[in-house]
Design a protein around this ligand. Structure first.
Ligand SMILES: [Ca+2]
Ligand SMILES: [Ca+2]
Ligand SMILES: [Ca+2]
Ligand SMILES: [Ca+2]
Length: 194
């Protein structure tokens, strides 16, 4: 039996090997196809440079605004200029933060940092004057707090590396004022007085 099995085994092994090679080739081909698709999708996701605003009741595009870089940041909505209407605030990889009037997408202000922005803005009255500020991180290592109405810098704080994280605002020490909490690529989490 053993010798017979021995005689049968070689052709089986050869067939198995052929099947294995075929399976491996198919897997490679599939893997290549999948990788290409993922890459393509990632590029498609990375490429858009426009902020699109759509009416929720109709499929119509209300307005769009093009920036010069890819947009990874998510928009924050708030009445940052006190005119009773919402503004749209977002960062772009063209290094800038954009504040757009919600009703028509016209530019309220833009603020230039020294590197790309992956971070999403947080809006809050961090200095307690009753008006909203815009807080956001930049790959230039800074956390920026910007006056919502005029787009003027309130303060910035420099960490040791770029920032991809998005800030959270909250009164974490119970003094009635908001703090800014954000992570940096230097491995540290920062809690800053607003
Ligand atoms: Ca407004
Ligand atoms: Ca406005
Ligand atoms: Ca304020
Ligand atoms: Ca506080």
């Amino acid at each position: 039996m053993g010798s017979l099995m021995g005689l049968i085994r070689p052709p089986l092994r050869k067939r198995d090997m052929i099947i294995m090679v075929l399976l491996a080739m198919m897997t490679l081909v599939n893997a290549t196809r999948i990788a290409c698709t993922i890459n393509k999708e990632n590029q498609v996701q990375a490429e858009p440079r426009e902020i699109l605003v759509q009416n929720q009741d109709t499929p119509n595009l209300m307005w769009k605004y093009a920036t010069s870089g890819a947009i990874w940041s998510s928009p924050a909505l708030g009445d940052i200029d006190g005119d009773g209407k919402l503004e749209v605030v977002i960062g772009s990889n063209d290094d800038k933060i954009y504040a757009l009037n919600g009703e028509d997408g016209s530019l309220l202000w833009r603020y230039a940092t020294d590197n790309g922005i992956w971070s999403s803005p947080a809006l809050g009255d961090i200095d307690g004057d009753g008006k909203l500020e815009v807080v956001i991180g930049s790959w230039d290592s800074n956390i920026y707090a910007i006056n919502g109405k005029g787009g003027v810098l309130l303060w910035n704080y420099t960490t040791s590396k770029g920032i991809q994280s998005s800030p959270a605002l909250g009164d974490i020490d119970g003094d009635g004022k908001l703090e800014v909490v954000i992570g940096s690529n230097d491995g540290k989490i920062y809690a800053l007085n607003g």
